[in-house]
Design a protein around this ligand. Structure first.
Ligand code: NAP
Length: 485
């Protein structure tokens, strides 16, 4: 079940959040601690105004809520609200027997016994879940994983406590996001969503239902994802999930913040992850775990796509092909014979190797000249310092691979003096914004422009083929242009 946490301060505001989210949710949590004084009085009426089950909750400040008054008053408020037709009431695990609890039992309202831990995961989490369940209540553990190893503990809940059918388990914060999306794999009966997050890591109900289709996950759903740190901003779920849906492929693709690649491979075996994309800073760190790699991965020394192949993990690099694909014809026809590559980082390695493997002459310019020299040595290219960019205006192709110009540094231009001309092809790897400051200058000069977002989509489509064995659905491609600016 997908549960919407209502964060309004009035009943009207909450009714409006309810109607906006109605298509995506199965139940709601009315947080009376977030309501104004007047609205609290009317809270008991709320379940009769909506056509979905409602959880009644009055969260204390210590548990991440807003209720700061005396405990006696809080429990009396919960008790009075239980006059309403609530389906569940959330009473914290440490609250001793109280009148609210008794009233809930008399009225057939199920009790959720909650524990919130914002510092970590209690060492006795399994025991505590079992103890609450033994009393006939629904245990709820909202805890804070700080690493992939912590996340593994949460994924063990399903196996360790398979006899406890009704329980709520979720990880808060960035490392907890996979547990919120894969709530069914953890054995949690519901996941919480909100328009305005009221707990760390909550996402919107629309995203949970339409992008991830989290409520459709079953035993046969294949799990894919992207690993990185940070990774929550990744566009890849927006490419892969609609593609899976478009070909009726029972799969889900989600971001995994990863602190340790080693731990992630343990998790990947445990929950049978079928494949994943790899982003900064793990593109090199995954290499020792791969049983098979392509020639490009070996040359570049970095891998951005991993798939399960029989009993081993296989690594490929779709940046390489996503970059070179649209210019191969021009290189073969000798319209592009020489290139200036700005940058010598991870992306530049794919670019330079792809150009060199296709017979293009390359000069690498980088702020750190030693890094440019190293890549040039490996690939039999030339190098120079960034300040000398204007001396290389005779090239056919300019490829910008640094992070300069990327939002929030949208005015940044790594080669502000470079004299762009009509005959140049200018290839930008930064994809946010679509038109970087450098591309705007090249557009004014009449150069041919190639966009980072298009390369991102191309490499994503290639990953989709590796993951599914099918082409990306053509009719969805137009939705992938993402924003124009
Ligand atoms: P990286 O390995 O960290 O390399 C960063 C590069 O940017 C290095 O050459 C670095 O120079 C240079 N740089 C950073 N700040 C600079 C500054 N202020 N002035 C001059 N140079 C600077 O990063 P990466 O993985 O190569 O990614 C680079 C960019 O490519 C990112 O914006 C990424 O989003 C984009 N990318 C796009 C795609 C796509 O599909 N469109 C694919 C991959 C990457 P030093 O060596 O001197 O530090």
């Amino acid at each position: 079940m997908i549960c919407l946490v209502l964060s309004g301060s009035t009943i009207e505001e909450n009714l409006s959040q309810f109607s906006l989210n109605r298509p995506y949710i199965d139940l709601m949590e009315l947080r009376i601690d977030l309501l104004g004084e007047h609205a609290r009085v009317a809270a008991a009426e709320f379940p009769s105004m909506v056509d979905l089950p409602v959880i009644l909750t009055c969260r204390r400040v210590v548990d991440g809520g807003s209720y700061a008054g005396p405990e006696k008053t809080r429990l009396a408020l919960i008790e009075s609200c239980l006059e309403g037709k609530f389906a569940y009431v959330d009473i914290e695990e440490d609250v001793k027997r109280c009148a609210a609890e008794q009233k809930a039992r008399e009225r057939g309202i199920r009790i959720i016994r909650s524990l919130h831990d914002f510092s970590g995961i209690p060492s006795d989490i399994f025991h505590r879940i079992a103890r609450v369940a033994a009393k006939g209540d629904i245990p709820k553990m909202a805890v804070t994983p700080h690493s992939v190893l912590d996340l593994i503990t949460l994924f063990r809940v399903k196996e360790e406590l398979s006899s406890v059918t009704e329980k709520i388990v979720l990880g808060m914060g960035d490392f907890g996001l996979p547990s919120r999306i894969l709530y069914k794999k953890i054995g949690s009966m519901l996941t919480y969503c909100a328009d305005k997050p009221v707990a760390p890591g909550q996402i919107s109900a629309q995203k949970m239902k339409e992008l991830y289709r989290a409520d459709k996950v079953d035993d046969r759903t294949r799990i894919f994802g992207v690993i990185g740190n940070p990774v929550l901003h990744s566009f890849s779920p927006l490419i892969q999930n609609p593609g899976f849906h478009g070909i009726n492929f029972n799969a889900i693709y989600l971001p995994f913040p990863v602190d340790s690649v080693r731990s992630f491979f343990i998790l990947a075996e445990m929950i049978k992850i079928s494949g994943f994309s790899v982003t900064v800073p793990h593109k090199q760190a995954v290499l020792p775990y791969l049983g098979k790699i392509t020639r490009e991965v070996k040359q570049i020394g970095s891998c951005n796509t991993v798939v399960r192949a029989k009993n081993l993990w296989m690594g490929t690099n779709t940046d390489y092909y996503g970059f070179i694909e649209p210019i191969v014809a021009d290189i073969d026809a000798k319209r592009i014979q020489s290139a200036l590559v700005i940058g010598a980082g991870g992306a530049a390695r794919s670019v330079v190797w792809a150009l060199r493997n296709h017979g293009c002459r390359v000069t690498i310019l980088n702020r750190n000249i030693e890094r440019a020299r190293q890549l040039a040595d490996e690939t039999m290219a030339s190098f120079d310092s960034l300040e000398h960019a204007a001396h290389h205006a005779q090239v056919d192709l300019i490829v910008q691979t640094t992070s300069v110009g990327m939002i929030p540094d949208a005015d940044g231009d790594p080669i502000p003096d470079f004299p762009f001309a009509e005959r140049h092809v200018v290839y930008e790897l930064v994809y946010r914004p679509r038109y970087t400051a450098m591309l705007k200058r090249a557009r004014q000069a009449g150069s041919k422009l190639m966009f980072g977002i298009d390369m991102l989509v191309r490499q994503g489509k290639l990953q989709f083929e590796s993951f599914t064995g099918y082409h990306y659905p053509k009719r969805l491609e137009q939705n992938l242009g993402l924003e124009e600016d």
